[in-house]
Design a protein around this ligand. Structure first.
Ligand code: ATP
Ligand code: MG
Length: 409
């Protein structure tokens, strides 16, 4: 035998309980998104590198150091998507949908970032996300956030998760704020990390998002944006807060939230928890007003979020909210001549929406053992003449039934 090949660092297989949790996150999110009128889009897992380089901004950590970029056999530079907002905006433009706004989009799928793998942080990870493309109204910010909270509640993990929200204002507010940050951090430049010294020159707001200890101490005393908001930016923010209260979403204002990507303006938010150690952000997003233009479309004010499914699944597990395993009905032919009748019985159960499993091999005793091992709640024993017995595997009770009883559910 050759040496077993291993999964690539930062990737993993989702099997069994982990797979069920992951699936529950996706199914629940899709269902709730539907309740809010969002439709699922499936966009490619790799795109022209420029989709992300332009969309996310050259100075973002994702573009500057985390992307899986490669040249394909045709010599084109392609990138495995590190996030999906840029891809959705690209799709809006290339499908001519900028004339049919707003578009309310849900997505679910793998993302790829070259990061240091640790608990809750992988190189292939999974996100769900929601975007409202083409609405500048504060109500779209509030509703997309409320839908996110609804998902968190439906997953049974709301306890210990809180919404932290901030505004980054409009361009005018941000210009004034940026000048104030440059003055403040400029006066402490020698104490900044090397990364943040680069940020000071290129995009000082990003220093607020730094994970460096020394930076964080400086950030704690930095000016906050609230003092620099224009009346219009302030009005937008206050409307979002008011509407979130109407939606019943509890929140905490946090003036330090800026988000890691370059495209945000106005609302920025994170759903955070202290139950996942260092990887405490489970859902994050905000308003972005320039991204569709970067993809060659018209100005299209938008708002949305993405959530790490891996982290949501970890919270579900910790909360004991793991989905129950379906207990099937086992169909057991009692001898060889019973096979066709057994197939008929299994199909009748499945038509009626029951999970039915066929045990393929062995004598009746062996098949019964395997049915019990599979967690079956009942067995249908099938005789060669087609006679059926229903055996409840919990109580042990047994009685004769007909095919019609099975089809009736
Ligand atoms: P972080 O600060 O944790 O690196 P981020 O700001 O880079 O997060 P976003 O780009 O906003 O994250 O992605 C949204 C969500 O996707 C995050 O809040 C997190 O739950 C999840 N996420 C991001 N990167 C990873 C990863 N490498 N592994 C697992 N989940 C991730
Ligand atoms: Mg990151």
């Amino acid at each position: 035998m050759s040496k077993a090949l291993q999964p690539v660092r930062g990737t993993r297989d989702l099997i069994g309980a982990e797979a069920r949790l992951h699936q529950a996150v996706g199914d629940t999110a899709r269902r709730i998104a539907g309740l809010y009128g969002f439709e699922e889009w499936f966009t490619p897992i790799f795109e022209d590198t420029r989709v992300f380089a332009r969309g996310l901004g050259e100075t973002s950590d994702v573009v500057s150091k985390e992307m899986y970029t490669f040249e394909d056999r045709g010599g084109e530079s392609l990138t495995l998507r590190p996030e999906n907002t840029a891809g959705v905006c690209r799709a809006l433009v290339t499908n001519g949908l900028t004339q049919s706004l707003p578009q309310k989009v849900f997505y679910n799928g793998p993302m790829f970032r070259y990061e240091r793998p640790q608990k809750g942080r992988y190189r292939q990870f999974y996100q769900i996300g929601m975007e409202v493309l083409g609405s500048a109204e504060p109500l779209s910010d509030a509703e997309v956030i409320a839908a996110g909270w609804h998902i968190i509640q439906s997953l049974g993990i709301a306890d210990g998760v809180v919404l932290e929200i901030n505004t980054l204002g409009d361009a005018e507010s941000r210009d004034a704020y940026r000048a104030a940050l440059v003055a403040y951090f400029g006066a402490h430049e020698e104490k900044l990390s090397a990364d943040s010294r680069v940020r000071l020159a290129k995009n000082p707001l990003r220093i607020l998002d730094s994970k460096d200890e020394g930076d964080r101490r400086l950030v704690a005393a930095a000016p906050v944006i609230t003092e620099f908001l224009t009346p219009a930016a302030r009005a937008h923010h206050e409307a979002v807060l008011r509407q979130l209260a109407a939606f019943g979403v509890p929140l905490r204002e946090n003036p330090r939230i800026v988000r890691g990507l370059d495209y945000y303006s106005h609302t920025a938010f994170e759903f955070v928890t202290d139950r996942l150690g260092a990887q405490g952000t489970v859902m994050a997003g905000g308003r972005y007003n320039g991204l569709v233009e970067e993809m060659g479309g018209p100005a299209t004010p938008s708002v949305g979020w993405a959530a790490g499914m891996d982290r949501l699944a970890m919270l579900m597990e910790a909360a004991g909210a793991a989905p129950a395993v379906v207990r099937p009905v086992a169909v057991l032919p009692m001898d060889e001549g019973a096979e066709a009748h057994a197939i008929e019985a299994a199909q009748a159960l499945r038509q009626a929406g029951e999970t039915a499993v066929m045990e393929y091999r062995g004598n009746l005793k062996r098949r019964m053992e395997r049915a019990n091992k599979a967690g079956a709640r009942a067995a249908v024993l099938v005789a060669a003449d087609g006679a059926l017995q229903w055996k409840d595997l919990v109580t042990g009770e047994q009685r004769g039934i007909t095919l019609g009883d099975l089809a009736g559910g």
